[in-house]
Design a protein. Structure first.
Length: 219
């Protein structure tokens, strides 16, 4: 029988996380851990009929706990334990075991002392500096800035910064393109590079590479 925390990860479909936790607690090779998790997944699929939800604890007592988050409240009231654990972790930035214990206590109608919630992302303080650091190629500083403003963990901030990096790659910088294209067409490469650096705050090499790439696009 696997530990409850590992079983929860299997229920959630996080097999990589389950394998990693298994190795931390039981040792052994990745192959041994994978076999154990695969066996747990097979047992889970045998215990539930196709299309049926994973059995959840009854939620009759969940209403005894006051919840200020509609998504978590809905998961508790409908007995969706896994969804409730995931949401509780998002709200409070705590580990799997702590979130599982808290959710199970809430479902049982027991009093729970909630940890302080993670600060929501204050866009006014976060976004301008975050975007500037990303455009300047300072990913580490961007992650530090994100953590400082949001109080997120390292992984959560890293994921958020990388997601924003992907967004910015697809978004033209306001005020950049028309003047950049005009300077390139006027054969003013140096001025185009300066303009690019002024708008994006990136380094000389990054600006030069971007301008030369745009020159190729324009032909």
């Amino acid at each position: 029988m696997l530990d409850p925390d590992i079983q929860t990860l299997v229920h959630m479909g996080d097999l990589i996380g389950a394998i990693g936790l298994y190795q931390q607690r039981h040792g052994g090779s990745t192959l041994v851990a994978r076999k154990a998790i695969d066996q747990a997944r097979r047992e889970l699929s045998q215990d539930t009929t196709p299309g049926s939800p994973i059995p959840q604890p009854p939620a009759q007592s969940a209403s005894l706990t006051i919840i200020n988050d509609s998504e978590l409240d809905a998961a508790l009231r409908s007995g969706q334990k896994i969804a409730a654990i995931k949401r509780y972790r998002e709200l409070h930035g705590i580990g799997l075991k702590e979130a599982k214990d808290a959710v199970e206590a809430m479902l049982a109608g027991q009093p729970v002392e909630h940890p302080a919630p993670i600060a929501s992302e204050p866009t006014a303080q976060l976004q301008p500096e975050l975007d500037r650091l990303i455009r300047a190629g300072q990913k580490i500083m961007a992650i530090k800035h994100h953590r400082t403003i949001t109080n997120f963990g390292l992984k959560e901030s890293k994921d958020a910064v990388e997601a924003r990096m992907a967004e910015l790659e697809e978004q033209p910088v306001s005020g950049l393109q028309p003047e950049l294209d005009r300077l390139i067409r006027a054969d003013q490469k140096i001025m185009a590079i300066k303009h690019y650096r002024t708008i994006t705050n990136v380094g000389l090499k990054e600006a030069k590479d971007a301008v030369e790439a745009r020159m190729l696009e324009l032909g």
